[in-house]
Structure formats: C-alpha cells, structure tokens
Design a protein around this ligand. Structure first.
Ligand SMILES: [Zn+2]
Length: 489
C-alpha cells in the first residue's frame, strides 16, 4: 500500500484520489457536480450545466493556437456502486479508498470507480495544466451513464461546439474504439385459449439448464445455446410427433442476456408417456452433439408432475411454437467496414406465461446501423404478429457507425505508433455507448474512444493497470498536440 498521488502521471492520480473521496453513484451526482463547478471557478475556467446535470468546462486556446480545431473530451461523472456483502460502505457518504496492489490500483471491498473516474481525472488534469499548449478544449462530464445514459440522451445539440470528440470511457489499452451498436427492445404479448387437460393424460415437467448465457451484445456471435430456442424446438417437434399440450413455458430472464435456462410443463396421453420420455432423451443427445464443446454442460431432464387443470388449445399452441420457431436469434449481419464486427443481431431473451392467459415474449435488437436495427426489429415483430401477438418496440438508442477514414482515428493511430512502436487495434463494439447518442445528435462529429486497462468494472474486483494510465495519458497529450488547424473557408 502506498500513496496513489505519487504514481505517474501525477496530476491524473492526484485528481483521481480526490474524486475517490466524493460519493458519485448514478442518480446521486450532486456532490461531484458541485466539485466540478468549484474546480472550474478555482481555475478561472468557463463552465456551464444543463437541465439534466451534464457539465461543460472549457479550456480556452493557448495564445497563438486559436486556429486549431476545437476538441471535446468526454467522460461520465457517475459510477457503479458494488461492494462485498461483508464490507461496510455507505455509498452516499463514505470515500472510496484506493490502494496499490502490485501493478494495479484497486479498492478493497468496493468498486474503484476507475470507470470512469480515470477519464474524469484526466479531463481535470488537462483543464488545469498550466504548461500545455493546445487549441480550445471542451471537457464534457455526463451524468448517469451507468443507469440509463440519461445525461447523453438529454444532451442539447448546442451544448458544446467542437466536432472532434474523444470519449475517455474504454477499458483496454492498445484498442481504439470507433463504433458501437444501437439497441431496442421488441416485446410481444399474446393471449391464448385454454382447455381442460382431458382424461387419460399425464404431465411432465421438462427443464433445460447449464447453458452459458452471456451478454446479448458482446457475446451474441459466439454460438452459445439459447434455452428458449432449444426448449421451443423440443416442444414444436414433440407436438408434431405426439399429441402434446403445453401448460407452461418459462425461459430466460434479463433482456440483455442470452437465456441460459428454460422450463416447460406438458400434458400427453398416458399411453404414450414412455415413448415421449424416450423421444426427449433422443432430442437431448442430438442437440448436445450439435452444440459440441461450447455447451457441453447443457442438461435436459424431465420428471412426472401433477396434472394441471388446463392446457393451451391446439390453435394457440401451434401459433406460439410456430412463431418462436420462425423468430430469429443471433448475429444477422457482419460489418462491411470492419473485420469481425457483428453489425446487426437479435436476442430472443425470454418467454413467460403470465396471468390472464397471456404470454410475454421479450427480445432485443442491436445494430451499428440505425436502419438495420429497425429492419431486424420488423422481422421479429412479424414473427410474433403471425401468432396473433400485440407487439411494441421500445424507443431504443442509436448506434455509432465505424468510419475507417476518420481524421481523429488517423491522428490517434499515428500518435500511438510513434509513442509505443506498434499499431493499436481498431475496433467497434456490439453494445451501447454514450457515443451512439452523441453521434446521432451532433451530425458529422468525428469521434474515438480509448482508455487505460480496467478489469472487473462494475464489481468489487475493479482494478486499473498502473502503467497503462501513463500510456493513456501520453497518448491523449500527443493526440491533442496533433489536432490540425481549422479549414479556411
Ligand atoms: Zn463507464
């Protein structure tokens, strides 16, 4: 354990240590806002706050640098508060206590808030740097990134003037991010008709467990099994082979996770019960074989259960199982600009039987191209409507389409190579970032995102690799130094 502010680069770590003392959970950012405004006052810098609570502090251009293009540095002022159960911490008043642990800085028992405290600290270090010679720099501090991005959503298109923006909220040194996906939810609600289970029947409870799940954006292309799709396939094929009625289907939970488990209750003729069980075992081995190593822990099991009073009628059941058979899941298109980037995807997230003979089907779509996001949303909508479901789309958030000929990308790439003697990776992510919202509002804006290496963000194990903070800082200063002059009209 030693003093954080003695680490290099010292201005960044000094400010980082200072913000660690200020509670700043999402939706509780009043104290950090006051701190930022007070910082601007003490440093004689112009500042303003919008109605949602975003703050802009401007560093005027150095003498003789007025003809440089203005740049915007952006980070979010809020953080995620997670702690170990046995660790006492009052998120509304206690400071975070960062410590050095080998090559890393971490905070025992709590999140560290390097996401995005290190971005904020570097903005403050730039703003207060008395030696730095640069054009005009606008530092944008957004609120509430972690619990809904309401800061970025409510940004007004005249809040800042720069049209080059560096987002300081990524977590992998050596990777420059130049795109992200937009997203939306598509939810279907379907009424069904029920009928008595009937004489001479028996019920089986089927469960499917042990799949990996995973993030519905980042991991959608990895080929993990979708428990809703697999269970539906079981039910659809079984119902085409034996007389079978469905009484319950419950799969998946979170809208942004690939579903890991699914459960169903079915009713069949007592006479065919043995055959049905055999059929399920056969289906299990077929799917296990199909998925191979990647889902080797998948389990499908069944047990006899109490006969339910009611089941779905044949017509409703065919519509439900048929539409889920059609409903797409997974990567739909790959980027034409970037190798290995999923451009468009959809996640069949959950199916639930709810009260009043209603079934709720939740899906999410993502794409770095806004029109493609709506197109895949329409595919899902149509499948669900064929089953007679009412379908609604959430408003969603827009994506940020990669631009390989971006000026700031060229500058940052060259700086990186000059400083570290190797090429950085250039990537886009198939998940949402504040950049997507900014990209939509500030037409023609040229953006990039980079940061130091942070691991375990949003968990009490969050940590930042010390040496990458220096690399991040060197890169940021060099990029600022290479911002070109404005074009003369
Ligand atoms: Zn963040």
């Amino acid at each position: 354990m030693s003093v954080i502010s003695e680490l290099k680069p010292s201005p960044v770590w000094t400010y980082f240590e200072e913000i660690c003392r200020i509670p700043r959970l999402s939706k509780n950012e009043a104290k950090i806002r006051l701190y930022l405004l007070d910082f601007a006052r003490k440093n004689n810098l112009e500042s303003k706050e919008d109605s949602i609570g975003n703050i802009l502090i401007t560093r005027p251009s150095s003498p003789g640098m007025e003809n440089r293009k203005t740049i915007v540095l952006q980070g979010h002022m809020d953080m995620v508060g997670e702690k170990n159960a046995d660790h006492p911490h009052d998120w509304l008043k206690d400071p975070i206590l960062p410590v050095i642990d080998g090559e890393w800085v971490t905070a025992p028992g709590t999140t560290l808030g390097a996401d995005d405290g290190i971005g904020i600290a570097s903005q403050l270090a730039i703003l207060s740097d008395k030696i730095l010679k640069a054009g005009k720099i606008e530092c944008l501090f957004t609120v509430d990134e972690e619990s809904g991005m309401t800061g970025a959503i409510n940004l007004k298109p005249d809040f800042f003037t720069g049209r080059i923006l560096i987002n300081l909220d990524s977590e992998d040194e050596g990777i420059l991010y130049i795109g992200c996906a937009g997203g939306m939810d598509t939810v279907g609600t379907m009424k069904y008709t029920r009928q008595p289970a009937g004489e001479g029947t028996a019920a089986l409870a089927i469960s499917l467990t042990g799949l990996r799940g995973g993030h519905s954006g980042d991991e959608i292309h990895k080929g993990f099994g979708n428990s809703v799709k697999i269970m539906n396939r079981l039910l659809w094929n079984l119902s085409n082979t034996y007389k079978m009625s469905l009484s319950d289907f419950d799969g998946g939970n979170l809208r942004n996770a690939i579903p890991r488990e699914a459960f169903a209750t079915i009713v069949v003729d007592i006479k065919s019960l043995g055959k049905v069980k055999e059929w399920i075992e056969g289906f299990y081995s077929v799917v296990l074989e199909e998925l191979g190593e990647i889902e080797k822990d998948m389990k499908i099991s069944y047990r006899d259960t109490v006969l339910p009073a009611y089941v779905m009628d044949r017509d409703s059941q065919n519509k439900l199982l048929g539409s889920l058979t059609c409903c797409p899941h997974g990567a739909i298109a790959w980027s034409k600009e970037m190798h290995d980037l999923v451009e468009t995807s959809t996640n069949l997230a959950s199916v639930k039987f709810t009260e009043n003979d209603t079934i709720k089907i939740v899906t999410t779509q993502r794409s770095s191209i806004e029109s493609s996001k709506h197109d895949v949303g329409a595919m899902v909508e149509t499948c669900l409507k064929l089953a007679g479901a009412e379908v609604v789309h959430s408003e969603g958030y827009p994506g940020w389409r990669p631009n390989m000929s971006s000026e700031i990308l060229k500058i940052t790439r060259e700086s990186y190579k000059k400083l570290f003697g190797k090429d950085p990776c250039v990537r886009a992510i198939h998940a949402g970032l504040e950049c997507g919202l900014i990209y939509e509002k500030f037409k023609g804006i040229d953006m990039i995102s980079f940061g130091p290496t942070i691991r375990g963000a949003h968990t009490p194990d969050e940590k930042i690799e010390i040496k990458t903070a220096q690399m991040f800082w060197d890169l940021l200063l060099d990029v600022i130094d290479n911002i070109p002059v404005k074009k003369q009209n």
